[in-house]
Design a protein around this ligand. Sequence first.
Ligand SMILES: [Zn+2]
Length: 96
Amino acid sequence: MISAPPKFVVNTLDESTIEKIELSFAASEDMEFREICCPYCSTPLATVTLNMKEGIFIAKCQKCKAVTPLNLAYFYRSRTYRRPDAFLLDINQTTK
Ligand SMILES: [Zn+2]
């Protein structure tokens, strides 16, 4: 996961907020993440952990401006499993 600090400092943070940010960052260091993309234009909307498979979140797409409630169970796709390519040659098949 790539994290970045804010580009603009709007107000100063208090100690408890800074501690929460640092604890969250430390807890997320060895986690795996997946991206939730806009169903209309495939723009990345949010990054969630791999085991976050239920719940609904509402996101506004930065590109097409759609505001859509997205059920994480419906928009779950494992990174480890990929559908095999339709034109993939069978391993046992001999090519001439
Ligand atoms: Zn979109």
